[in-house]
Write a protein that binds this ligand. Structure first.
Ligand SMILES: O=C(O)CCC(=O)C(=O)O
Ligand SMILES: [Fe+2]
Length: 336
């Protein structure tokens, strides 16, 4: 982890970190807004527009928000957490049979310290299992067939159910995103089939306060690569979000919600109007922590280019057009 006053490198440039501590600002988690998505699913356009305005406010001020009444059934979430626990309980040998580095398109298992999200860090203290859109035909560098543990085939169903539910939510989120920028609600529908999305099951073993090394956290300080991340947390707190003052704010678990954050691809679309906010996770609880981030992106063949509505003479485009799949692949290569 970076020193006090140092920077974290992101794919879109460096970001300052002012605080060099594992502690968070007390009580300030309420600065992460909560959006009620029953408005997003309303048949009434004024409700959807109201929700889009709240989304705009959250994305431009914070880059993070909670979503409640999101429409994903609780048992779909619970069953996927159950699958995560079962998977990570397998022996290391069993999990390594589907080692992510043996896959051509980032599917499978990442062991502890197998990833390094913060370039200044020495590896992340979590293990993961990556699942994407299941496609038999390998069409590009990211898409391909999912890989499942031989001895635990029963996790395929709950994980796939979760994946499909999150695709539905992500599509709705994208419509709201379009509305929030005064674009046609359906402007992105044809580019968000779900094929550009990745989900991960994550397990963070607990870290003892006295042993915590700032260069080796549950997940080091980073920003995400795709458009939006929708995160399911269990009831163990760990996630911290960097606020505009460069201080860490806790994104505590709130039952029945997902934590959503803007990723670097979305920051590029919006010329950094929407903030791709730095975050990290440290599990100091003494218990195992599980989380399920879902990285929702546009289809890999899409060109991500700054939206015309996010530029002006005073604010010229900061980013060149880029192919979505190549961008994600390049960012992943830097992490593994
Ligand atoms: O597990 C968490 O709370 C955060 C995970 C995360 O930031 C990521 O996987 O990119
Ligand atoms: Fe992240």
């Amino acid at each position: 982890m970076a020193d006090s006053g140092a920077e974290v490198l992101t794919g879109n440039g460096p970001r300052k970190i002012l605080s060099n501590s594992i502690d968070v600002k007390p009580g300030s988690f309420s600065s992460i807004p909560i959006l009620d998505f029953s408005l997003a699913f309303s048949d009434d356009f004024t409700d959807r527009k109201k929700c889009a305005e709240q989304l705009f406010d959250a994305c431009t001020r914070v880059g993070f928000f909670y979503v409640k009444n999101h429409g994903v059934p609780q048992d779909v979430v619970t069953n996927c957490f159950g699958a995560a626990r079962q998977f990570f309980d397998l022996s290391l040998d069993e999990k390594m049979k589907i080692y992510i580095k043996d896959s051509d398109n980032y599917k499978g298992y990442t062991p502890l310290l197998g990833e390094n999200t913060d370039p200044a860090g020495r590896g992340d203290l979590h293990e993961g299992f990556d699942v994407g859109y299941d496609s038999k035909a390998v069409k590009n560098e990211m898409e391909g067939e999912n890989r499942w543990p031989e001895t635990l085939p029963e996790i395929k169903e709950p994980v796939t159910d979760y994946f499909n539910s999150m695709i539905r939510l992500g599509k709705k989120l994208f419509q709201l995103f379009a509305l929030s920028l005064d674009l046609d609600e359906h402007r992105f529908d044809s580019t968000v089939s779900g094929k550009g999305s990745v989900m991960r099951l994550l397990h963070y073993p607990p870290q003892k306060d006295e042993n915590i090394d700032l260069n080796q956290l549950g997940i080091g300080a980073h920003s995400d690569y795709e458009c939006f991340t929708m995160l399911a947390q269990d009831d163990v707190p760990a996630l911290q979000v960097l606020n505009a003052e460069g201080e860490w704010v806790a994104a505590v678990p709130i039952e029945g919600t997902f934590v959503v954050n803007v990723g670097d691809s979305m920051a590029r679309w919006t010329n950094d109007l929407y903030l791709s906010t730095i975050h990290r996770a440290i599990n100091r609880s003494g218990a195992r922590r599980y989380s399920i981030p879902f990285f929702f992106g546009v289809d890999y063949e899409t060109t991500i280019e700054v939206l015309e509505s996010c530029t002006s003479e005073a604010r010229p485009p900061k980013y060149k057009p880029i192919n979505a799949g190549q961008y994600i692949k390049q960012r992943l290569n830097e992490t593994y």
